[in-house]
Design a protein around this ligand. Structure first.
Ligand SMILES: Cc1cc2nc3c(=O)[nH]c(=O)nc-3n(C[C@H](O)[C@H](O)[C@H](O)COP(=O)(O)OP(=O)(O)OC[C@H]3O[C@@H](n4cnc5c(N)ncnc54)[C@H](O)[C@@H]3O)c2cc1C
Length: 451
């Protein structure tokens, strides 16, 4: 943990550094990232935010944590669990930072109850391009920035500090994996489980799903329990996503439940041969972590290794790494399309609804009467089409089905379409007020343009 005084000192130095660069464009010098669209921002003055990565306090009585913007959820969970608490929503990759998950869009299996990550935040302290630092809450003079920040991807300012809501926890999570072979029934039941668990005291604490193909899908229902008859461990030789097909009931410690997807990066560890039993035995103890996969990806990306291998094999592929959010009533139609046209397997499914039905976040509005499903799919598809063919097809389908696409990966929208979908009117007002000289790039340039 770090003191508030130490935070104030680092903040003063950062502001001084930013002001020293007059009105040059600003880039960030960070140590981790979960973005799949790394682009260089040439000529920008890099501000160093790497050291804003500490938990400042955990207030057990009021169940609030105060943390710096670059703190990873791994560090925050370690601190809060010591006090028997957890953030109400914890994204499932250890390396995701709290500031990143608020500026992008974070989600997990408690989102059917507590909403997206930004709905778990009570205050953000934001460094603006002109060097001012403003504390934004839902009801102070900066409330417009508080509600406008989610989905702004660091284009309005940089979050230095946040207050995060916590909730009580128990030692274990009991899991029930229910198998389905038909999409309509699968989504109908998902909707019913979520509705029941939201209204009933003592209902499920976590709900998510995994679709292996059109005939094999699972809903996983998680409940906190104080005791467990046995406890599984998927951090070394055994693989969590395979256990869905093998077990109907399972128990994990709460810590292992929270990071259940991290060891195999959902199922993407196959690209690193880490689902091979020998590789797991030899390297599993230190390599089964999303942070290690990121390092390898960044390194192979720099050397363009995958592209060269594919070229040598005469194969062409298109990378389809996306999360999309679709209203429940259109989910079966989306999956029909997806199986037919894209065919990536498995797909992660995470239900989400607005936590506070009276509130709307300007750049990521949701219909508060609806339950949505987030679909995550992260792979490549064989392609003899023009680059972007499959991603564009997904973008069109998501729009047709009244859904929304996350912006952490590649996007192909024209400026007109992008701004129609991502609320240009509200964005322009925020940008003019909080970054009028444009020291941060604008949202379209940052999230869609290639340079
Ligand atoms: C393969 C994959 C799977 C994913 N799955 C999930 C998932 O299951 N659940 C989930 O919740 N999310 C998921 N995400 C999305 C992830 O939560 C978002 O991309 C999030 O923004 C990543 O946060 P980060 O801390 O890694 O930030 P980065 O990736 O470094 O940055 C994300 C963006 O936010 C900006 N940013 C970062 N920190 C700040 C800050 N403090 N203030 C202002 N702007 C900032 C950056 O400039 C950048 O534009 C996934 C992403 C990928 C690539």
């Amino acid at each position: 943990m770090e003191s508030l005084v130490a935070y104030q000192q680092k903040k003063a130095e950062l502001v001084k550094d930013l002001r020293s660069a007059s009105d040059q464009a600003i880039g960030l010098n960070k140590s981790t990232s979960n973005l799949f669209r790394q682009r260089q921002q040439s000529g920008a003055h890099k501000i160093d935010v790497k050291h804003f990565n500490n938990v400042i306090s955990v207030d057990k009585e009021n169940m609030i944590a105060e943390v710096e913007g670059m703190t990873t959820y791994e560090a925050l969970v370690d601190e809060t669990l010591r006090q028997g608490l957890l953030p109400t929503v914890v994204p499932e990759l250890k390396s995701i930072t709290i500031g990143g998950a608020v500026s992008g869009v974070g989600i997990e299996s408690s989102s059917f109850k507590y909403g997206l990550v930004h709905e778990t935040i009570l205050e953000i302290e934001v460094l603006l391009g002109d060097g001012r630092v403003v504390a934004c809450t839902p009801d102070n003079e900066f409330r417009d920035l508080f509600y406008g920040f989610p989905n702004s991807y660091g284009t309005l300012g940089y979050i230095l500090k946040l207050k995060v809501k916590l909730r009580p926890t128990q030692k274990y999570v009991k899991l029930e994996h229910r198998r389905y072979n038909q999409a309509e029934k699968y989504f109908k039941d998902l909707g019913q489980f979520c509705a029941a668990a939201r209204t009933r005291d003592g209902g499920y604490d976590f709900i998510d799903g995994t679709i292996f193909d059109s005939k094999e899908s699972y809903i996983t229902l998680g409940t906190f329990v104080a005791e467990a008859p046995f406890v599984s461990d998927y951090t070394y030789r055994r693989i969590y996503f395979r256990s869905l097909q093998e077990k109907k009931i399972d128990y994990l410690t709460t810590l292992h439940y929270i990071w259940r997807w991290d060891s195999d990066w959902f199922w993407c560890s196959k690209h690193f041969y880490m689902q091979n039993p020998v590789m797991r035995l030899l390297f599993g103890k230190f390599a089964l972590r999303s942070t290690v996969y990121w390092k390898i990806s960044a390194w192979s990306g720099k050397l363009k290794i995958l592209g060269l291998i594919q070229k040598a094999l005469g194969q062409r592929t298109e990378s389809v790494i996306q999360d999309v959010q679709i209203p429940l009533e259109n989910c079966a139609a989306f999956m029909d399309f997806f199986h037919q046209e894209i065919g990536i397997k498995p797909v992660w499914v995470c239900p989400v609804t607005a936590y506070d039905k009276k509130i709307s976040y300007d750049l990521y509005p949701m219909d508060s009467t609806k339950l949505y499903m987030n679909f995550g799919f992260w792979d490549t598809v064989r392609s003899d089409r023009k680059e972007g063919y499959y991603n564009k097809m997904i973008e069109r389908k998501v729009e047709e089905l009244a859904g929304k696409k996350s912006l952490y990966s590649t996007s192909y929208y024209s400026p007109e379409k992008f701004w129609e979908l991502y609320n240009k009117k509200a964005y322009d007002v925020l940008k003019a007020k909080y970054d009028s000289v444009g020291r941060f790039r604008d949202l379209y340039t940052k999230c869609v343009k290639r340079k």
